[in-house]
Design a protein around this ligand. Structure first.
Ligand code: 5GP
Length: 190
C-alpha cells in the first residue's frame, strides 16, 4: 500500500483554514491530527475532537517524555503534535494533516523531508482583521496581537512548498486538492 503524505498546513489565525480543510477532508482519505494545547476551549470546542485540552503541567510532562513530534508556544499557550498516531495513519495510506503554526512547522521541516508544507494566506491583512472581528470570539486586544502575529508569519511563507490564497473558498479548496494530487503523482511515490 502507498504511504500517505504528511501535509503540514500553516495559516495566520482567521484565514479560514478550518473551513478549507473541512471541505478537503470530506473525501475520507485524510486523518486530521488532533493537537494538544494548554489553551482554554472556545465555545463549542470539544476535548479530543478539536484539541486535547491539557493543563500546563501535563503538557510539560509529555514534552519531557518526548511524546511530541513538534511543539511551540503561540500567544501565551502551548501547542504540540503527538507523534504516535501519525505514523500509523501514514502507514495505512491516509494523508495526515497537521494544522500548526510556523515555528512547529519549521521543526518538522528539519526532521521530515517527506512532509509537504502548505501556507494558507489571506488576500490582505485588512481582510484578515475584518474576519477576526466578525468571528467575535476574541477581544480587540487579542485581535490586534493576532494581526501582528499574522504579519510575522506571512514573512515565513517562502519556507513553504505551496501557498494557497483564501479569497474565494471554492478556489482555495480546489487549489489545495490540486497540491495533494500533484504530490500523489510524484514519481518518488511509485
Ligand atoms: P488556535 O488557538 O486559534 O486554535 O490556534 C493558534 C495557532 O496554533 C494556530 O496557528 C494553529 O495552527 C496552531 N496550532 C494548533 N495546533 C498546533 C500544534 O500542535 N503545534 C503547533 N506548533 N501549532 C499548533
Amino acid at each position: 500500500m502507498k504511504r500517505g503524505k504528511l501535509i503540514v498546513v500553516s495559516a495566520p489565525s482567521g484565514c479560514g483554514k478550518g473551513t478549507i480543510l473541512g471541505q478537503v477532508m470530506k473525501d475520507g482519505r485524510y486523518y486530521y491530527s488532533v493537537s494538544a494545547t494548554t489553551r482554554r476551549p472556545r465555545e463549542g470546542e470539544q476535548d479530543g475532537v478539536h484539541y486535547r485540552f491539557l493543563e500546563r503541567a501535563e503538557f510539560e510532562r509529555l514534552v519531557a517524555e518526548g511524546a511530541f513530534l513538534e511543539h511551540a508556544e503561540f500567544c501565551g499557550n502551548c501547542y504540540g503534535t503527538l507523534t504516535a498516531p501519525i505514523e500509523s495513519h501514514l502507514a495505512q495510506g491516509q494523508h495526515v494533516i497537521l494544522e500548526i503554526e510556523v515555528q512547529g512547522a519549521m521543526q518538522i521541516r528539519s526532521q521530515r523531508p517527506d512532509a509537504v508544507f502548505v501556507f494558507i494566506a489571506p488576500p490582505s491583512l485588512e481582510t484578515l482583521r475584518e474576519r477576526l472581528t466578525n468571528r467575535g470570539t476574541e477581544t480587540a486586544e487579542v485581535i490586534a496581537e493576532r494581526v501582528a502575529q499574522a504579519e510575522r508569519e506571512l514573512a515565513l511563507m517562502p519556507q513553504y512548498d505551496y501557498c494557497v490564497v483564501n479569497d474565494v473558498l471554492e478556489d482555495a479548496v480546489a487549489d489545495f486538492r490540486a497540491i495533494v494530487r500533484a504530490e500523489e503523482l510524484k514519481t518518488e511515490q511509485r
